[in-house]
Design a binder for this molecule. Sequence first.
Ligand SMILES: *Cc1c(COP(=O)(O)O)cnc(C)c1O
Length: 397
Amino acid sequence: MPGFELFGDAERKEVNEVLDSGVLMRYGFDGARTDWKAVKLEKLLAERMQTQYAQLVSSGTAALSVALVSAGVGAGDEVIIPTFTFVATFEAVLAVGAIPVLVDVDETLGLNPKAVRNAITERTKAIMPVHMCGSMVDLDPLVVLCKKYSLVLIEDACQAIGGSYNNKPLGSIGDIGCFSFDYVKTITCGEGGGLITNNKDYYRNADHYSDHGHDHIGKDRGAEGHPFLGYNYRISELHAAVGVAQIQRLDDFLATQKKYYLILEEALKTIPEVTFRKIPEGGVQNYSFISFFLPTETEAKAAHTSLGQHGVDASFYWFDNNWHYHTKWEHLKELKSLNQFSDSIEKAVFSSEEKDFSASDQVLSRTISCLIKLSWTEAQVHARAKAMVAAINVVLG
Ligand SMILES: *Cc1c(COP(=O)(O)O)cnc(C)c1O
């Protein structure tokens, strides 16, 4: 997955241009400026994702928060999120004063549409599916639910940039789509994030809100108006410069990932007990991970250990993982916070503590995901495929 593996001359050139100009900020300083890297990256991102608008921000987490606020989600609103995601998803919801409502995932490793339907209440304002590990949630049923109940659909596509669903780029299907350009994502800015949308109001809101409410009208920052409150979620020109180079390499990265994915998949298919993560009809992965199931929790756990013993690095057993699965989110479930949350959040989160997520557990307890690295050689991938098969066969006896 990580674009940082292929940081090189193209990235250095873009960054050096910013350093030479001395203008490290994305707004203002027009006289001294030689380029507009953030603006350029926004254009490239919107083009590649086939949306009208793109707004860069300081991180993927910021993109999620800005997306929620831009769509009017706030205090007391419920936002449906999956039990399997990176913690940033619920952090972003809490940050805007809304209530994260955890909902089961299915064998797509994303939100189960039926479970989503059952979780909708009159306080639900948004559904935030997360396209984990390079593949996607089945979006059509969620689009239908959002229409029916007038909900906002915000796609967290931070781990699946470049994947598609019914020929549309992931992130472009919902009302707003969010990406992360942190250091370990498919393309990186070092730190950074972005959101895409076709909704002009949401875009304008995101543009202002991520820069203290500045309306960005005129040439004098100090004289700009502030129609509403905002925060500072700006990306710097230095970070955007890295992204300008990386996004132009995205399709090469995806091709490499796909090639390596197919080699690993072919090898794993020789093991009858191994089944693969469900890809929704019309879905094309970005191939940043390969995810598969063992028949039982015991076998999955043992296979994960065995993979390590066979020298297969970067394999993940999410069920036991500190950051990506609900069983390890005591800090959320007990609201261990440095400051006080609103009553509505406290009540909602504490009352959901005992929820039954056995349907998610049934899936995640059997799941193993392996990162696909861009820096491997093809020979290394073949050796790795062999090692994976050996490691798993030992466990299955
Ligand atoms: C990485 C990630 C984020 C957050 O992105 P940052 O840029 O690290 O803040 C959000 N959601 C998912 C699914 C992620 O993988």
